[in-house]
Write a protein that binds this ligand. Structure first.
Ligand code: ADP
Length: 430
């Protein structure tokens, strides 16, 4: 799990070639999807906007008031989407989304106002324009029938029309990653990359429009466009298999979608805890940990979550062991000093590999876009809460993209604020 310099360079060159293949529409594990967002916020965005955020931990409806590109007022309501709706009939899901929109809009007393809506739909889509997003596959905890290969915007519009009790107009579809870049750009004009490090992971960047081959709408002299990499799937075609360890194979085998979203399984919040658990279980089985006696709880997939890895990593930073003991006690383990050191070491190796992999790809992007200065807008709990991730990323990106000035910036709530800004940009383009 520790990469040599040669392996690091190889990953960098494989990623670059997948990026270039994807953008030229040649076979690649990277979708490199055109988002049709050709402009960043310019500080003129004003008015009332709705944002709908589906695909994160919560489903949210948000009313935002923008004044000169800045959110001056925000009201949000979270709605629960039950398991039956998540895996049921697609029409029922979209009817429920429309019902939540109505409930919220009427609750806010704005049902008679024309409200442009930005729909954050954080699933892999093929976009034909800023307001057409065809679902490629469901991911995370969703698997509704009759939605794959259909336009999520059309399904939402039809559901809103069936109710007919609001004046909501869906004007743009985006995902959380794009929203993060846009939200970042409203704070810092140098923002050129958007990154999510949460349950899943993905990145997008500003590409020169003349390099993008997939373009279905009429062109209006756009100079740049945001490309959604969908890097969670990097390596699904086998190009990254040279880094796969036995622990990764087991992690993949235990996952919901085997052999899919390969890269995400090395780096995202959904998997780092499980990878750690698998590694600790294996070391125990070999008699190297806990005197060879693994408690049942440690042998159960899904039992060690990534927040616990962060908790243990905090000990390593502080030179302590209280957090590690606390986590192990939850598993019913009384650990020796040596056990503690090994557990901390495993958490470090797995977290560090993830930070290095993300940095390798970001450094490749920085070299590719080759700007004087680039800001990378980031959101997601793994980035926000892991005590060492950001530090490692700064260190590794500097090493791997020497001479490229960059800044990591936390862009809070790209899927809400970013969606409102994209809706405003969509109106400006009309
Ligand atoms: P989402 O990506 O689902 O919109 P988040 O950005 O909150 O939402 O990410 C949730 C993921 O972050 C979960 O996989 C969780 O395990 C992970 N996570 C939560 N807290 C922490 C933490 N303290 N350290 C590292 N990862 C965390």
């Amino acid at each position: 799990m520790r990469f040599s310099a040669a392996t690091t360079r190889k990953i960098q060159s494989v990623f670059l070639s997948e990026v270039e293949n994807g953008i030229r529409q040649r076979p690649s594990s990277l979708q490199m999807e055109n988002t049709y967002i050709p402009e960043l916020p310019d500080g003129t965005e004003s008015g009332l906007f709705l944002a709908l955020d589906l695909g994160g931990t919560n489903f949210r409806v948000i009313l935002l008031e923008l004044e000169n590109g800045v959110v001056v007022k925000e009201d949000v309501k979270r709605y629960h989407i039950g398991a039956d709706l998540r895996v049921g009939c697609g029409i029922a899901l979209f009817d429920y989304l429309a019902e939540c929109v109505s409930d919220f809009v009427i609750g806010q007393g704005v049902q008679d106002i024309e409200l442009p809506l930005g729909f954050t739909f954080s699933f892999p889509m093929i976009q034909h324009s800023l307001e057409v997003g065809i679902l490629v596959t469901w991911t995370k905890t969703f698997n509704c029938q009759n939605v794959v290969n259909k336009d999520a915007v059309l399904l939402l519009r039809e559901a809103l029309e069936r109710r007919g009790d609001t004046k909501v107009n869906v004007v743009a579809v985006l995902n959380d990653t794009t929203g993060t870049l846009i939200q970042g750009a409203s704070q810092d004009r140098n923002t050129a990359i958007g990154l999510i490090l949460g349950t899943g992971s993905n990145a997008c960047y500003l590409e020169r429009a003349d390099k993008v081959q997939h373009w279905e709408t009429e062109r209006h002299g756009e100079k740049e466009v945001i490309i959604d990499i969908e890097w969670g799937a990097f390596g699904d075609n086998g190009v990254l298999d040279f880094i796969k360890t036995e622990f990764d194979r087991e992690n993949d085998a235990n996952s919901l979608l085997v052999s899919s979203f390969t890269f995400e399984k090395y780096i995202s919040g959904k998997y780092l805890g499980e990878l750690t658990r698998i590694t600790l279980a294996k070391l125990t089985k070999e008699g190297l940990l806990f005197e060879g006696h693994a408690p049942g709880a440690l042998l159960t997939p899904g039992n060690l979550t990534t927040d616990l890895v962060s908790h243990i990593e905090q000990d390593t930073l502080d030179g302590g062991s209280n957090n590690t003991r606390d986590v192990l006690a939850r598993f019913g383990v009384t650990a020796t000093e040596e056990d503690i050191a090994i557990v901390q070491y495993v958490c470090e190796i797995i977290s560090n590999r993830a930070a290095l992999l993300v940095s390798i790809c970001l450094a490749t992007l920085l070299e590719k876009i080759d700007r004087e200065e680039s800001t990378i807008a980031v959101d997601g709990s793994l980035y926000k809460h892991h005590p060492r991730f950001e530090g490692w990323m700064n260190q590794y990106i500097h090493l791997l993209a020497p001479g490229h000035k960059f800044k990591l910036m936390h862009a809070e709530d790209g899927s809400g604020k970013g969606a409102a800004l994209v809706a405003a940009i969509a109106l400006r383009l009309k």
